[in-house]
Structure formats: C-alpha cells, structure tokens
Design a protein around this ligand. Sequence first.
Ligand code: NAD
Length: 479
Amino acid sequence: MSDLITVAGVSVDTRHWIGGQRVASADTFADLSPIDGSVLGEIARGTPAEAGAAVAAAKAAFPSWAATPRAERARILHAIADGVEKRIEELAIVETTDNGALLRSHRRGVMPRVAHNFRFFADWLLKLDHEDFETRGHTNHVSWDPAGPSVLITPWNAPLMLATWKVAPALAAGNTVVLKPAEWSPLTASLLADIAAQAGLPAGVLNVVQGYGAEIGDALTSHPDVRRISFTGSVPTARRIAASAAPNLTPLSLELGGKSPLLVFADADLDLAVDLAVEQYDNAGQVCLAATRILVEESVAEEFTRRFVEKAARLKQGDPREEATDIGPSIHSRQLEKIDGFVRRAVETGARVVIGGYRKEGQYYAPTLLTDVAQASEIVQEEVFGPVLTLQTFATEEEAVHLANDTRFGLAATLATGDHERAERVSAQLVAGTAWVNCFFVRDLQAPFGGSRLSGVGREGGTWSFDFYCDLKNTVTAP
Ligand code: NAD
C-alpha cells in the first residue's frame, strides 16, 4: 500500500512525521469522507511506542529551538504562513473532503486565518516583554522562557484552524510540539508538516502523530518529558487527559464544549437576531461556540419564530464543495446517530419540532428547531454538536440571565438588544469566556479565548498564549 494518497488531486502522506522523517505504522485506519462515505485512504495507526518516539524527537530538538533567537523563530513562522498561503486552495479542498465543512469558507475564511495564526504569533512574540522594575534598588527582570515539549490534541470540526491556533504560539514561544489531530480528520495536519519542513523549521520541532486518541493519548499526556498539554475537544476526554497528566502535574489548557445561549430581547433588531440565530447552523452545528439555546422575550417570540422559520427554509443543504451550499454533512455516521438520538429523546419527552427533526439521505441532518423544552431536559443541558437548536421564552431580564447561566458550561453567550445599558448589565452577569453583543464569532487573536465551568481551563490568545506556553521567570539582580 502506498504511503501517499491523492485527495481531490492533492498528494497527502498518510504516515506520522517524527524527527523530520516520515514514519509508518504496522497498522492503519480508514479515513472516510463525510461527503459520500468514500474511503480517502489508510492512515498510520499510531502506537504508544510511536507517540513516545515523537516526544523523544521533540525533547531532542527543544534546546536548540528554545535557544533560537526570537527574530529567527518569527522569520520561520512567517515562512510557514507563506507556505500556507501558497497552498490555500489545496488545503481548503483537502479539509472539506476530509471533514465536510464548506469549501467556500475554508477557501476564503479558514485557511487565510491559518496563515494569520502564524503571522500573528510571530509578530506578538517580537513585542512580548515585561518592563523591568525595581525593589529596594534591585532590578526585577521577567523573562518568557520556553517551557519544553508540548502535546497539542485537536478535534475534527475545524482541524487545521484549531491545530495552528496552538502550534503557532507554542512554536513562537520556543517550545517543540507533538500534534495529534483527530482520527476523523487527519489529513491537513500532514500537509502542515510538509509546509513547515519546506519553510525551514528544524527537524523534531514539529511532530505529527496520527491515530486513535484512546490508543495513543495516554502515552502522550502521561509522558514525564512533556511540559505542556493543550487540548481542544470534549469534556469526557478532557477528564481522562487531566487524570493522565496529574502525576507529572503537567500544565493543561483545556478548550471544551459548550451549550451557549442567544438572548433575544424585545428591543432587539429582530432581523439581526434572526440572522444570528440561523448562523448557529454553520458547519452543520459542529461549532463549540454555537449559541444553540435561543432565549426569546415572550412578547416577540411568535414573530421571531415566524421570521426564523422563513429564513431557515432558504438554507441550502448539500455538497459542501458547491458554492451555493450553506450546510454540509455531519462528520461521521456515529455523530449523525448521536444527533438523531438527542432529538428523538427530546420529542419523546415533550419537545415540539418547529423545523427539521429528521435525517436526510447520506450523512445529513436537517436543520432543526425544537421548542416546548424543559430547562432541566437533556436537550437543553447537553451539547448535541449538530444542527439542532432549542427555543425557550422569558418574561424578564432576570429570568433571561437565569436561563442563560443555568448550565454546566460557560464558553460563550450572544445577546441581541437595542439597549446599550441592558447590553452592559446583562453581559456583566453572563458566565462565559466570550460574550457577543449584536454580533457573533468576531474573534481577535489577541483576545483571551477559553471557557468557564466545564467549557474549559485557562485562556489562550495573544499574551495569554505565551503565559501558557512559557515558564515565566523573574531574575532579581542586586545593585
Ligand atoms: P474528542 O474529545 O472526542 O476528541 C478530541 C481529540 O482528543 C481527538 O484528537 C481525539 O483523538 C483525542 N483523544 C480521544 N481520547 C483521548 C485520550 N484518552 N487521550 C488523549 N487524547 C484523546 O472531541 P471531538 O468529538 O473530536 O470534538 C468535539 C468536541 O470538541 C465538542 O465537545 C466541542 O465543543 C469541542 N470543541 C471545543 C472547542 C473550543 O475551543 N472550546 C473548539 C472546537 C471543539
């Protein structure tokens, strides 16, 4: 079997990338396209030994990369961004074929942003400093020391975007990396390894290990030579990672799930509120930040629902490679079954289907809105990770805030209101890593990003990323 596969005309290496070399595994797993269920290729199925080899390569490369001057690290990161920009079309079509998200958004939004991730953290590194200060004539100098080999574990819903949101600051900080992409979307991580090597990143500084998290996760996260673990994914996996990292007290950054609210007040621009609500179907609802709980003030609920149904009916679901498509497939048949199970159980316990509520041919789930849902019910409390929204009403601002915060999660919240004072008052009370007022998904890389409660531990973004990936040291010098 060949180690190279061709996906939509692009050649992708199916092996790991360890210490600057392609490494095969004895076993493989099939990577399927969610678009038509076809097998794209057989991918190296990593073993704990291969995971250990990747950590060893990262450890060996660390002293030299950590000692590389900031300007040189930044130059290489910009060269990686150049490489990404040259291959935007290829990266976009491979990602779409692999995870089913829209080609047009990969092409125009996501892949340019991937390049920007590298440029942003390269430039931020060059600005990063603490001013020295004095204590009784002694000088305090705070330095941002690279922490060491970092394990970065990422999910399938935005594979290269989320991977580079970690890889770029980790490399900028002077750390070496072992990246473990999700087994349902392994391909663009392999292309990133090629791009980084061509950009002159030294061998062992970035390593990519493919495989099932359940099989190689522990070998990575319990490894005593790993000095940072940054994980984006589900809460159950985060718990396992935290337990595995505990004996070494390895610092963790956890970006997890959500069940975010969209609060629509009667004083809102209702068309804007409807646009924000319908936007939650993006990426077939496979967005951690998605505001899947729509909370509408009673007096406008009927009109809001009418306009929502009208607008949602115009969404085109289908092949994500087509320009006109708004909603693509779900990533995997197992995910589709999970979504369907959530909806069936909700309906069995009294929820009313406003739109959708069924599977379509292939791996597609119809955009769904459920109402008459109880606050304590599974559909309101658990993350579905599919195109399924719930609608509840509230009578007062106090009730809106109560419903919004009555969840174990705290990733994001969106509110639509025409009253600035209300916007300030309500957003101040919401438990969320990000609160959006009359907008959604506006993300600046310098802002702190993360979740409260079960949505995560820690924040990344701008200086917060360097806080995480560095060991801060204060050197105190006598006069
Ligand atoms: P997942 O937890 O199943 O898998 C994520 C990654 O963890 C994969 O690479 C997987 O192989 C790996 N993994 C699995 N078991 C492991 C183990 N024991 N040790 C180490 N690694 C292991 O999550 P998923 O289904 O791929 O992703 C969906 C979840 O991710 C949703 O909950 C979503 O909300 C969340 N998410 C969060 C953010 C955020 O920024 N907060 C962004 C995107 C997705």
